[in-house]
Design a protein around this ligand. Structure first.
Ligand code: SF4
Length: 346
């Protein structure tokens, strides 16, 4: 193996697998190395067990490969919240940064893009547009860094970026995490604003994740205003496509609804939700907005959020009222990165 510098770290799993094969790895060696890395386990001696015997060329290359994997991503800062969540600002090899959040009860939220092209009005990440894609190996590196801190049993693609706009990398990462990474398939959650390409591609994947769909409103005009560059699907088209996915996979859809004071928390939206989601295989997550500086949006009172959840529940819509994890460390997506940039740390 050539003495590569850290800048040549493989940002995709395809590149990483190619390097391993060039170094003499067979499928079992490859699986073992990817399993140890993605689970943040210490490497054992490859020579001890006959079934995992590493060829001499691979053993010789391993220090180099491990250095490259370690150079993919590192933790820049950690902010801890009272609920036990930890927001990690992750520095990638080229100096860009993304956020990962360790959630209570073994969850991890990872980022799939640096920035985002969707430009949701209430999101800090969307403000600067898309800066670059996050490679599949960089996604797995976020998991490895998190697992070095604590156990991770569920991974949600709800950090920075729209996974549907980086499908190849996200699917490649999901396929690894659902196999060598040891995460149950329904505990891999692909979160999307809704893109027609997503539903078919995910069904073809060898590891099918669960799906979270950002709905936010039942009104087509308001949706276009709040999510200006999301695919132009009506809420009905979106729910129809999601319902087909749910029935095929057997995983209920998580419909995401960021509650914005006076915008989408009215009785008209309750009526819209009842007609849109009645009988559908899914759960509605109401998430009170985590206030971001310089946005016109506010957080509804907890009482209003509770009333809305209770009314929906009474009308037959399975509804959960969530508190955004990590809120007391400025838990909104992209805020930690934005603050570090403003402070000149990046
Ligand atoms: Fe992108 Fe998600 Fe932010 Fe919308 S909420 S701009 S999809 S990162």
């Amino acid at each position: 193996m050539a003495q590569d510098s850290p800048t040549s770290a493989p940002v995709t799993l395809h590149e990483l697998r190619t390097r391993l094969r060039e170094a003499g790895a067979g499928p079992l060696h490859e699986h073992r190395i990817l399993r140890l890395w993605s689970n943040a386990l210490p490497r054992e001696s490859g020579r001890r067990l006959p079934s995992t015997f590493f060829p001499a060329s691979l053993l010789a290359a391993m220090p180099d490969i491990e250095a490259q994997l370690a150079s993919l991503a590192s933790i820049h800062t950690v902010e801890k919240a009272e609920d036990g969540s930890e927001r990690l600002l992750i520095a990638l090899n080229d100096g860009q940064t993304v956020e990962s959040v360790l959630l209570p009860r073994g969850g991890l939220c990872v980022s799939s893009q640096v920035g985002c092209a969707v430009g949701c009005r209430f999101c800090m990440t969307g403000r600067d547009g898309l800066l670059r894609q996050v490679g599949s190996a960089e996604i797995v590196a976020q998991v490895a860094l998190a697992r070095a801190r604590r156990s991770v049993r569920k991974i949600v693609f709800m950090g920075m970026g729209e996974p549907a706009h980086n499908l190849d990398n996200v699917i490649e990462a999901i396929e690894l995490l659902g196999t060598a990474g040891g995460i149950g398939h329904k505990n891999l959650v692909f979160s999307t604003v809704g893109d027609p390409r997503v539903f078919d591609r995910l069904l073809q994947a060898s590891v099918r994740p669960a799906l979270a769909v950002s709905l936010h409103t039942t009104k087509i005009d308001l949706r276009a205003e709040l999510l200006p560059r999301a695919a132009r699907l009506t809420p009905e088209q979106l729910v129809d496509a999601a319902e087909r996915y749910a029935r095929t996979t057997g995983y209920p859809i998580q419909y995401q609804w960021t509650l914005l004071d006076g915008v989408n928390d009215g009785n008209d939206e309750i009526e819209g939700l009842v007609s849109l989601l009645s009988g559908k295989y899914g759960v509605l997550n109401l998430i009170p907005f985590n206030v971001v500086a310089d946005t016109p949006y506010g957080r509804p009172s907890w009482e209003r959020c509770r009333q809305m959840a209770a009314q929906l529940h009474r009308r037959g819509i399975l509804t959960k009222l969530r508190n955004s994890a990590g809120q007391d460390v400025e838990g909104g997506c992209g805020q930690l990165r934005a603050r570090a940039t403003q402070a000149g740390e990046l």
